[in-house]
Ligand binder design. Structure first.
Ligand SMILES: NC(=O)c1ccc[n+]([C@@H]2O[C@H](COP(=O)([O-])OP(=O)(O)OC[C@H]3O[C@@H](n4cnc5c(N)ncnc54)[C@H](O)[C@@H]3O)[C@@H](O)[C@H]2O)c1
Length: 386
């Protein structure tokens, strides 16, 4: 039985490691989450970290088609009881609720567990596609910090909060609260401290539309208040429309961009496109109690079942999860495991051993996963080969 088959349902050893609620979901979500967990398990073994203990929860559009439910009974509570949640992708465009919206139980998880801090790292890897001709694009290494529980998504359809006036008008609510915004900005400044400790730049930019919306002026005001607690931090402000322009014009000048939910939803895809595509877009959504980690892409029905999906967004999300688990459990070996994954991806690209089909390469989901696994399991040999 290959390691891959084992993850699909073979026997597992009982462990005392961190407990992961695993929601594979739909389409390529199943393949990339299995790939990511294989890599996370290998990295934990190599780093001497306690083995992860999985609790698989069925959810998604396929599950909804079978059962009429979007997540299995008790699944939301079990997800919250784990140390972290890992999700592949949820949704299939042909399966919808009567109002036309898609199946999205993960939005309720965000809401229920207050997963306000949405981290989306955007990093240029060597030999991965650079969509900008300017050579400085090789230096892109920024994080979009997207508030993930309120903003305009406060009235996302899954929450049933839109005001529908017959067939004539629909009103949505954009909500900014002091409590969540303070937590978000504090998280941003902690992240800046972490980046500085890693020898990276850490200028914080508050991205908003404070010139037009009272809610956004409030968001900016709270950023200023939290910034005042960090007099040494380097900070700046940008309106979201100018930020869209600047992400194309000079993305290498930015480090941490903190913003409202809908702005982050849009700009993180744009930024992901700058360094390749959705197959590189990792994501963590972190609250005060738990964190949910998932690739930022969807179920990609156009390529599902063909072993073509790039698993690296999911694999890099697993690295974010391990870093989070280290902080949560105090087990430093989890951080070492996460770091080993980041290094394997960086070195794999540098040595041209990672050539995802998404970028015109010859490697499908399994081949990319195997290449990362080999780098992690035998770093010396990989170095020699590279
Ligand atoms: N968080 C989530 O679970 C999530 C996020 C976005 C979309 N969705 C759902 O996914 C479904 C499809 O949505 P979509 O088509 O708008 O977005 P998508 O991200 O699934 O796909 C967009 C495009 O990017 C490509 N792509 C995405 N991930 C890739 C990968 N890892 N490797 C190679 N190519 C990749 C796809 O082939 C497609 O061409 C919908 O049902 C949507 O609601 C779910």
């Amino acid at each position: 039985m290959t390691a891959r088959d084992q993850l699909r349902g073979g026997p597992r050893q009982a462990t005392t490691g961190a407990r992961i609620a695993l929601i594979k979901g739909d389409g390529i979500g199943v393949d990339v989450s299995e790939a990511a967990m294989l890599v996370a398990e290998a990295a934990c073994r190599q780093a001497g970290a306690p083995a992860l203990d999985f609790d698989e929860i069925r959810a998604g559009a396929g599950y909804f088609r079978e059962t009429g439910r979007d997540i299995e009974p008790g699944g939301e509570v079990r997800a919250g009881n784990a140390d972290a949640i890992f999700l592949g992708a949820i949704g299939l465009p042909e399966i919808r609720h009567p109002d036309g919206t898609e199946i999205s139980p993960h939005l309720r998880l965000r809401d229920r567990y207050g997963l306000y801090a949405g981290i989306r790292p955007v990093k240029a890897y060597p030999n991965a596609p650079q969509r900008l001709a300017d050579p400085r694009a090789a230096k892109i290494d920024l994080v979009i910090l997207r508030e993930s529980t309120e903003g305009l998504f406060y009235s996302a359809a899954a929450h049933g909060r839109a005001q529908v006036i017959g067939d004539e008008e629909v009103r949505e609510t954009l909500r900014i609260t002091r409590a969540t915004t303070e937590r978000l900005h504090r998280f941003a400044f902690r992240l800046a401290g972490k980046r500085l400790a890693q020898g990276k730049r850490a200028r914080l930019t508050c991205v908003d539309k404070a010139n037009v919306f009272t809610s956004m002026a409030f968001f900016r005001k709270i950023f200023g208040e939290v910034a005042a607690e960090h007099p040494d931090a380097e900070i700046g402000y940008n309106y979201v429309d100018a930020q869209a322009l600047d992400l194309v014009r000079r993305p290498w000048d930015f480090d941490i961009l903190v913003m409202e939910n809908m702005f982050g939803d849009i700009l993180s895809d744009l930024a992901g496109g700058l360094v390749g595509g959705m197959g590189m877009a990792a994501c963590g959504e972190i609250g005060d109690e738990t964190g949910l980690f998932q690739p930022a892409h969807g179920s990609a029905p156009d390529i599902m079942g063909r072993d073509e999906a790039n698993p690296l967004a999911a694999i890099l999300s697993a690295a974010l999860m391990l870093d989070y688990l280290a902080e949560k459990t105090g087990i430093a070996a989890y951080a070492a495991a996460g770091g080993a994954i980041d290094m394997a991806v960086e070195a794999g690209f540098a040595a041209r051993q990672l050539r995802p089909m998404e970028f015109g390469g010859d490697m499908g989901t399994r081949a990319v996963t195997d290449a990362v696994l080999t780098r992690i399991e035998t770093p010396e040999q990989s170095l020699a080969a590279g």
